[in-house]
Each structure stands twice: as structure tokens, then as C-alpha cells.
Ligand binder design. Structure first.
Ligand code: URA
Length: 237
């Protein structure tokens, strides 16, 4: 791979920015300064450093973000801030995109990657990857609602939802629930709750497949998936 391409891929910016770094003799390959952008390198086997710091080369990157409310799950938006705006510049340059969508007001677990195939597979309805949500609901959730969720639903507009699992944590004027679904249709959890006559007032995704939202990841924070988490996630599809 060309040296400038490798540096672009790991997040050092546009071709121009990267070429500037290389020209300024900031880049070493196996300890030797390389000042040519077109130099052929192998980022899998060679140690490439920028200003003395080894680059983190991976063909694919996988991040886990604790999405706060107020951000849209897209890479660009004319009006709103996107989840990509929460990343450091180096990571923004990696051309990551969110795996699926959480509503603007939904919080919690969102995977970001540049691996289109994995993203596609994780979202494919055929693969049945379970997503678990925690919700606060206005209204009293009752045991019969659990049965309605378990049977699946057809909305008035003809939208159908496969059976989902409803667990009631607490119920009263406001209730707390967990909902497990294997699809990811538009506003699905909110609409399922609406179907049984109640209203979601807070929604958080806490799990996707075996991947759990880590307790120590604050809202707006993100980190790369660990090897184990990645293996687990890949084994879902
Ligand atoms: N269901 C919803 O209603 N909203 C989300 O963001 C995710 C699932």
C-alpha cells in the first residue's frame, strides 16, 4: 500500500495533509525516515510511526459509543449534530458509520465501523440479532402487554413487528421495562409501546447480540471494541 494511503486510512487526514506530514519528515517506517508519499509499505508487518508514535493500522475499525440524546445516527446531517461529531478528529477521518440507527432522542449502545459487510449482516432481518432496550414509559405496563409483545403486532398502517420480549421491571403511573427485538424498524420500540396504549418517555439500547453497553462508558464516550467483544459480535452473523 502507498504510505500516504495508509496514513489517510488510519486518520491522518486528506491526501494533502498526509503528504505534508511525509514531506516534513515526520514519518518513519521500521525506524527509517521515509519522505516519499508513494513509497510502498506493508502496514500489517512494518512499524510505521508519525512523530515517533506508532500508527494503529487495522483494515477495519470497530467502536462502541454510548450515544447521548440530541445526536442523529448518520455521518452527515444538514441540521443536527451527528454521532460522528462526538469522535476525535483522528477517528472522524476513518470514515466510520453507525451500524443501524437510534432515534435522535434515544441513548445507549451504538457500534461504529468502516466494515460495510459486518454492518449489513448485523442489520439483516434474516440474522435475527437481538437488541435489548431499557425504557421508561408513561402509563402502567401490565402482564397482558407481555403477551401482546410475544405475539407480534400489525399496526393500523400495515407495519408488522415480529414477536418481541417484554419484561416489566416496575409498573405504575410510570413504568420501567426491557424490550428485546430482533428487527430494527423505524421507531419500533416506541410504536410497540404505543400499540399497547402507553408512551415511551426515555429509551436506551443496552445490548446488541452479546455486546453489552459497558457500565463504565459515560454518555458521549466511546472506545474500540475489545478482541473478545469483536469475536462475539462477529459470531452473531
Ligand atoms: N426503537 C425506537 O423506537 N427507537 C430507537 O431509537 C430504537 C428502537
Amino acid at each position: 500500500m502507498r504510505l500516504d494511503k495508509v496514513l489517510g486510512h488510519v486518520g491522518y487526514g486528506s491526501r494533502k495533509e498526509v503528504q505534508k506530514l511525509i514531506k516534513a519528515k515526520k514519518v518513519t517506517v521500521d525506524g527509517k525516515c521515509i519522505a516519499k508519499s508513494e513509497a510502498n509499505v506493508n502496514p500489517e508487518t512494518q512499524v510505521i510511526c508519525v512523530s515517533g508514535k506508532p500508527i494503529d493500522y487495522k483494515a477495519y475499525y470497530y467502536y462502541l459509543l454510548n450515544k447521548p440524546a440530541g445526536y442523529v445516527s448518520a455521518t452527515e446531517d444538514p441540521r443536527d449534530e451527528t454521532v460522528i461529531d462526538l469522535l476525535m478528529q483522528m477517528d472522524r477521518n476513518k470514515e466510520l458509520f453507525p451500524v443501524g440507527r437510534l432515534d435522535k432522542d434515544t441513548e445507549g449502545l451504538l457500534v461504529l465501523t468502516n466494515n460495510g459487510k459486518l454492518a449489513h449482516d448485523l442489520l439483516s432481518p434474516k440474522k435475527h440479532v437481538d437488541k435489548i432496550y431499557y425504557a421508561k414509559v408513561k402509563g402502567e405496563m401490565v402482564p397482558e402487554d407481555t403477551q401482546v409483545f410475544a405475539q407480534g403486532m400489525t399496526l393500523k398502517d400495515g407495519t408488522t413487528y415480529r414477536p418481541g420480549k417484554l419484561e416489566i421491571i416496575s409498573s405504575g403511573e410510570f413504568s420501567e421495562i426491557y424490550v428485546t427485538i430482533s428487527e430494527g424498524k423505524f421507531h419500533q420500540v416506541k410504536k410497540m409501546v404505543q400499540f399497547v396504549g402507553k408512551e415511551v418517555v426515555y429509551l436506551q439500547r443496552i445490548q446488541m447480540g452479546q455486546l453489552k453497553l459497558p457500565k463504565d462508558l459515560a454518555l458521549g464516550e466511546y472506545r474500540q471494541l475489545t478482541e473478545d467483544e469483536l469475536v462475539e459480535l462477529q459470531s452473531q452473523v
